[in-house]
Write a new protein. Sequence first.
Length: 69
Amino acid sequence: METMDILENKIKEALSKKTKLEADHRYLSDEVLKLRESIEKLEKERDDMKLKLDRVIEKVEIYLSRSEA
């Protein structure tokens, strides 16, 4: 009977570890998804800022070329 108790405890431990690993996996998957979304948002903001900066540079160049004439 003692062997059965040991096996039962081992099975319970294994199931408990499996449940914890699955929960950790779900949590980490959610975190990865959030990070990907944040990266996409930052990349879009970077592209928007680059576009705005390019426009400002273009206007300054136009202004400077007109003031030289």
